[in-house]
Design a protein around this ligand. Structure first.
Ligand code: AMP
Ligand code: ZN
Length: 468
């Protein structure tokens, strides 16, 4: 059996992965807050953990992958309130649900286009409110939580191992973080498990603390993941993932809640580093903010986006650049050219699997694919690209949408025009047409039956325009 090594943030070391039950591996990844289209940075954990999911499925008989949707959020509420104010029909709750449904379907569309498999379970926070309340009540019963002014708060100092994940003490964390001081907190470090909702906000009957309901409200963000992971994966599971930005406070809080409620939690913690754009932090004010959909709409194939992501190791900061996009596209066109009619009928090259099993070393796996491509072994290339979900048949049309139909017609007609020029002994014109086609990445081959053509890896259909 392939030995997988994973870097575990909790022990700050790369260790051999040992599932709790080798017959059934369980993984939880923090999913998106569904208030709008996913930006390009949000795609990083999706692609990273998709590669891990595929690798685990390659090695183990059964894998359950859970990724949640956070659909309790002020930004979702704001959109719904604006729609209501503009005269949209339905209650506020219905408009909120509509907004998150809409965003979830965009998320699916966009992440599908990147070749990411859907997780086995995609729970929505609003479907697990009862489980969250039960956990909050349990924490309060055992003295780890207290109710104050409609809020329920977690007593951080009661959990002695708080900070173990990131290897920092509570006092260091207070010094480094912007912890919110609030009159209803015993200690500024305490975090919210439940907060009150006024009539303009979605709310549920609150948990009961010390025999009294804390009143209508909504859960805090951290308790959502603890409750959903417990409901779907049980007490103790193998891997918990998410972006580096979630390590503190989100993941520290998840651990504190689950452990103090008497549950096991994740053994291995994995964090992807952040994505930047052209060397700068992505932000709306810098004008370098864009979504996955923006790129897809510009005609960048999802496979190209995926390739760019996989070219950087997940624990390194990654930079999205136009140059990388162009290079990725050229490589994939070349590989697809080599792989054209090959099927993934052989086993993937062991060097590719070994690279992935070494803490998802995707840049090394890509280097191995370059080696295989250079050897010209088409079947081995498609088979070995599989674990990275590259060169999939399904994405052929997405990759070369222009080759069907129109551009094919233009190429054929242009070749006919050239034949006619040759017949008229207008060699200058014939050569010009051949050069024009070559510039668009179409190579002509004279055969006994006439002229055949094939597209090059740098085929560019926009350059066909004007040839006719
Ligand atoms: P959010 O919807 O903001 O909670 O983010 C969803 C996921 O995307 C989380 O796992 C984040 O850690 C991750 N994420 C957000 N921004 C970036 C970024 N710039 N680079 C990489 N991952 C990110
Ligand atoms: Zn989470």
């Amino acid at each position: 059996m392939t030995e997988i090594k994973l870097y575990n943030t909790a022990v700050r070391d790369k260790v051999a992965f040992q599932p709790i039950d080798p017959e059934h591996v369980k993984m939880y990844v923090c999913g998106p807050t569904v208030y709008d289209r996913a930006h390009i940075g949000n795609a990083r954990p999706v692609i990273v953990f998709d590669v891990l999911y595929r690798l685990l499925r390659h090695v183990y008989p059964r894998v359950t992958y859970v990724r949640n949707f956070t659909d309790v959020d002020d930004r979702i509420n704001e959109t719904a309130q604006k729609r209501k104010a503009a005269g949209a029909e339905g209650t506020l709750e219905e408009l909120i649900r509509e907004r998150s449904d809409e965003t979830i379907s965009w998320y699916h569309e966009d992440m599908d286009a990147l070749g990411a498999l859907r997780p086995d379970q995609e729970p929505r926070a609003t479907d697990y409110i009862d489980e969250m309340k039960a956990m909050i009540e349990q924490l309060a019963r055992d003295g780890f939580a207290y109710a104050r002014e409609g809020h329920v708060l977690f007593r951080v100092r009661k959990y002695k191992e708080y900070g173990a994940l990131s290897g920092r003490s509570v006092d260091d964390m207070i010094a480094g973080a912007r912890v919110e001081v609030a009159p209803y907190k015993e200690d500024p470090m305490d975090f919210v498990l439940w907060k009150p909702s006024d009539d303009d906000l979605p709310g549920w009957d609150g948990p009961v603390v010390d025999g009294v309901s804390v009143g209508r409200g909504r859960p805090g963000w951290h308790i959502e993941c603890s409750a959903m992971a417990r409901a779907l994966l049980g007490d103790g599971f193998d891997i918990h993932g998410g972006g580096n930005d979630l390590q503190f406070p989100h993941h520290e809080n998840e651990i504190a809640q689950s452990k103090c409620a008497g549950h096991g939690f994740a053994n291995v913690w994995m964090h992807n580093e952040m994505l930047q754009v052209e060397g700068k932090k992505m932000s709306k004010s810098l004008g370098n903010f864009f979504t996955v959909r923006d790129l897809l709409d510009q005609g960048v194939p999802g496979e190209v986006i995926r390739f760019v992501f996989l070219s950087t190791h997940y624990r390194k900061p990654m930079d999205w650049t136009e140059k990388k996009r162009v290079e990725a596209e050229a490589t994939l066109r070349k590989w697809r050219e080599i792989a054209q009619n090959a099927s993934p009928v052989v086993a993937p090259d062991p060097a590719v699997i070994a690279a992935l099993a070494d803490d998802l070393n995707t840049p090394l796996a890509i280097a191995e694919l370059h080696r295989i491509a250079n050897s010209g072994d088409a079947e081995l290339l498609v088979s070995s690209a599989r674990p990275l979900a590259l060169l999939l048949r399904d994405f052929e049309a997405q990759f070369w949408p222009e080759v069907d139909g129109l551009s094919e017609e233009i190429i054929e007609e242009t070749i006919e025009l050239r034949q006619r020029a040759k017949a008229m002994r207008d060699f200058e014109k014939a050569d010009a047409i051949r050069d024009g086609l070559a510039a668009a990445g179409v190579k002509l081959k004279d055969t006994v039956e006439g002229v055949d053509w094939e597209r090059d890896h740098d085929f560019d259909p926009s350059k066909l325009e004007g040839l006719l």
